[in-house]
Design a protein around this ligand. Structure first.
Ligand SMILES: Cc1cc2nc3c(=O)[nH]c(=O)nc-3n(C[C@H](O)[C@H](O)[C@H](O)COP(=O)(O)O)c2cc1C
Length: 235
């Protein structure tokens, strides 16, 4: 028979769970501050176009270059998921695939922030972006590993107004579920980096490349801030 849930029982069980989660979150915050002091802060860029090394990867790299220029302690790495075999979330017994060895990179205590790049596919994120975001799910329990880290989004489309901002917005919503801090860049990149590719090139898109730089710069600046007192321990 189910025990009726009294207010006292609810408060005692949720406070125990909350305490455990808070302790875990504090642990990761301490690790993050230590990494900053040791001059080892990493910004990870993830390109989620199925086409390796194409415009999305180049745009994410432009953002990473600007992030690195902010401070000598900032290290950057581009993870180009193009050409990899990455399935969406399949439950607790997830079959191994190309993402399995990449997951630990997101547990790295020196990880200061993320820059995620997606091509616009039908005014939306690519299926590879969605699969990647779902595969981060093990980082939500028992600890919100990515909580309070800044994350920005780069989106590339073949049209000037091809849905880049919609794509960014969708990815921001997912990032909120990880307790991350979705941020835009400095002007003119308030929502994120929006690029226009022409003939599979972004080289001529000066404004778009400027948004990528301004996003990378702001992500690094926020990642370098001392970790605040507010901790996200919700699941
Ligand atoms: C299935 C598909 C749907 C697309 N839909 C859009 C779209 O809605 N808006 C847009 O601007 N470009 C669209 N494109 C173009 C891509 O966003 C564009 O070519 C982008 O640069 C691809 O990124 P990549 O070079 O990194 O592969 C689409 C391309 C494909 C293959």
């Amino acid at each position: 028979m189910k025990t009726p849930l009294s207010r006292r029982r609810f408060l005692s069980s949720s406070s125990a769970a909350g305490l455990a989660a808070t302790t875990a979150a504090l642990g990761s915050a301490v690790a993050a501050d230590k990494a900053k002091k040791n001059n080892s802060l990493k910004i990870l860029g993830v390109s989620c176009s199925p086409r390796k090394g194409m415009t999305t990867a180049k745009a994410v790299q432009a953002a990473l270059d600007a992030a690195r220029a902010v401070n000598p302690s900032v290290q950057v790495e581009l993870l180009d998921l193009g050409g990899l075999d990455i399935a969406g979330w399949r439950g607790e017994n997830q079959p191994e695939d190309d993402f399995t060895p990449l997951l630990p990179k997101f547990r790295d205590p020196t990880l200061g922030g993320l820059i995620i790049g997606s091509p616009c596919y039908f005014r939306s994120m690519s299926s590879l972006t969605k699969c990647f975001l779902e595969r981060l799910a093990p980082l939500r329990k028992p600890e919100m590993v990515l909580a309070n880290k800044p994350a920005g989004v780069v989106s590339v489309g073949a049209f000037r107004n091809g849905g880049q901002e919609l794509t960014i917005q969708q990815i921001h919503c997912v990032l909120l579920c990880y307790g991350m801090l979705p941020v835009g860049g400095h002007s003119p990149a308030f929502q994120g980096a929006t690029l226009h590719s022409e003939n599979d090139s972004i080289a001529e898109d000066e404004l778009g490349l400027e948004t990528a730089s301004q996003l990378g710069k702001r992500i690094a600046e926020i990642a370098l801030l001392p970790t605040g007192a507010a901790k996200n321990t919700d699941h």
